[in-house]
Design a protein around this ligand. Structure first.
Ligand SMILES: [Zn+2]
Ligand SMILES: [Zn+2]
Length: 178
């Protein structure tokens, strides 16, 4: 099932996918975590001298399609394999050789969180926006792209919401970091 409906479902998916990746990594000994705070890094693999932990960003799981997210898991698994076999990890020759073979990028996978989301007041339609264009600053003059009803704008980092130009101006004053 994709996207996963819960943190547990994501972890279950990641663990079973990891077992299918052709890399001699001991997946049983890995710790897996979901991060809801990660805003840019889709995945991270850390080693504290004892345990190896792969942390997956919930925001990336929601935004990436399955193939993209599986690439994140493969990327972090290569780091885990490096820690298991060499005690250290990076993006050097050892990493690149496996990255080539497993078709993953050499830089740690990143995702972006949109600044603004439009949400229909009537149906399930949503759209993400980064810039304060007219659909954001003057929502009364536009309508939902699906059903034609009014929509609400949410500034995701602050949770401020508005449906009118006046609402936007008030929110914009209250929002400390746009
Ligand atoms: Zn990396
Ligand atoms: Zn609608």
């Amino acid at each position: 099932m994709w996207p996963p409906g819960s943190h547990d479902a994501l972890l279950e998916y990641a663990r079973s996918y990891a077992d299918s990746v052709p890399l001699p990594v001991d997946t049983d000994s890995l710790d897996w975590e979901v991060s809801t705070r990660a805003k840019q890094r889709a995945g991270a693999c850390t080693y504290d001298g004892d345990a190896i932990t792969i942390r997956l960003a919930w925001g990336a799981a929601k935004r990436f399609d399955r193939a993209q997210f599986e690439r994140v898991i493969r990327h972090e698994l290569i780091h885990a394999w490096e820690y298991q076999t060499a005690g250290e990890a990076g993006h050097g020759a050892r990493f690149r050789e496996q990255a080539d073979r497993l078709d993953v990028s050499v830089t740690c996978p990143a995702f972006t969180t949109p600044r603004l989301r439009l949400e229909c007041t009537n149906c399930a339609w949503t759209a993400d926006r980064h810039r304060a264009s007219a659909v954001v600053t003057d929502p009364e003059t536009r309508r939902c792209g699906e059903c034609g009803a009014r929509y609400e704008v949410e500034h995701l980092a602050s949770g401020e919401r508005w449906r009118t130009a006046a609402g936007y101006r008030g929110a914009r004053e209250r929002i400390e970091s746009w």
